[in-house]
Design a binder for this molecule. Structure first.
Ligand code: NCD
Length: 314
């Protein structure tokens, strides 16, 4: 494994990462992919370190992905379940975190419905803070695992057209991916109804399309997003049927993309709302590869924040 050039104390968002940081995380993740293919999927890189999963929103895949990542690095992991916690008894987020920190963890992985919650923790916490999704803001490990998947399939992360389709407004996955591909100099097309894709997003260097055919044309990557019903997204268009007719990806529309194009989705998918079922299960779909890569990327992030270099892969 290469020497560490990662000098961050926390992972709050793609916003704070340099292109070198992104490359370091992806290279480290590639080294960890091999660990997950072993019979015994464990290395001692975080032995004696404690990781707290502090999730205030429902999550299965991201929480379990961080859990598996921490365990494959030999860390001790605590899942803090907010629904049965003292927050329900009126404790503030700050007091909850201070209480957890009195037990001396090394890393706190936080998911919260409030944008900025992970950043707030860094103003008083001693642990390394990892953002596992904050409100509409960022979801950096998702964009990093997407980037790893793109690089595996397309053999490059440069010179690409990346089309992101759907509920951009409510999507932290979209913002983290926009920031990442902007840093890498890729062309970004944002596609969806005007109510969910405000033209202000063009200030981030993207081009907005309200016609999926134009947005997806010649794209190397087509990234579909979930309609965030729990954030009220269904009030932003007249009906699911209309949304599906205008913005779901099916074979004829995907055929407009580049010949080698890949189809992505962060999950959970709504089959036949965002993505036609045969497309979701097609050879061009990398949805399950994204899930697998999530573990390697999260191992890389935890390791780069708190690991011991000489013990990484033994
Ligand atoms: C994403 C999220 O929570 O932001 N999902 C995930 O991390 N597995 C995307 C989504 O919920 O649509």
């Amino acid at each position: 494994m290469k020497d560490r050039t990662f000098r961050q104390d926390h992972l709050l968002g793609i916003e704070h990462l340099s292109v070198d940081d992104i490359e370091t995380i992806l290279e480290t993740a590639e080294a960890f992919i091999e660990v997950s293919s072993r019979d015994v999927k464990k290395v001692p890189a975080l032995k004696g370190k404690t990781v707290v999963n502090l999730f205030f929103e429902n999550s299965t895949r991201t929480r379990s992905s961080f859990e598996i990542a921490a365990k494959r690095l030999s860390a001790d992991l605590i899942n803090f379940n907010s629904s049965v916690s003292s927050l329900k008894k009126g404790e503030t987020l700050k007091d909850t975190v201070l209480t957890l920190e009195a037990m001396n963890p090394h890393i706190i992985v936080i998911r919260h419905s409030a944008s900025g919650a992970p950043h707030y923790l860094t103003t008083f916490a001693r642990s390394s803070i990892v953002n596992a999704g904050d409100g509409f803001h960022e979801h950096p490990t998702q964009a990093l695992l997407d980037a790893l998947t793109i690089r595996q399939r397309l053999k490059t992360l440069r010179g690409l057209k990346v089309a992101i389709v759907g509920d951009i407004l409510h999507s932290r996955v979209a913002l983290s991916n926009i920031l990442l591909h902007q840093k890498l100099g890729n062309e970004i097309a944002l596609v969806g109804p005007p109510s969910l894709v405000p033209v202000e997003f063009e200030k981030l260097g993207a081009t907005v399309y309200y016609d999926i055919r134009r947005g997806v044309k010649n794209a190397d990557v087509v990234m579909m997003l979930r309609v965030q019903a729990e954030r009220g997204a269904r009030n932003y268009f007249p009906s699911i049927r209309e949304y599906r007719n205008l913005f779901a990806i099916d074979r004829p529309i995907f055929a407009l993309a580049a010949r080698r194009a890949i189809l992505m989705h962060p999950g959970p998918i709504n089959r036949d709302v965002e993505i036609e079922t045969s497309m979701a299960d097609s050879d061009q779909s990398v949805i399950l590869q994204q899930v697998t890569n999530g573990i390697a990327v999260r191992m890389a992030v935890l390791y780069l924040l708190k690991g011991e270099i000489h013990e990484a892969l033994n």
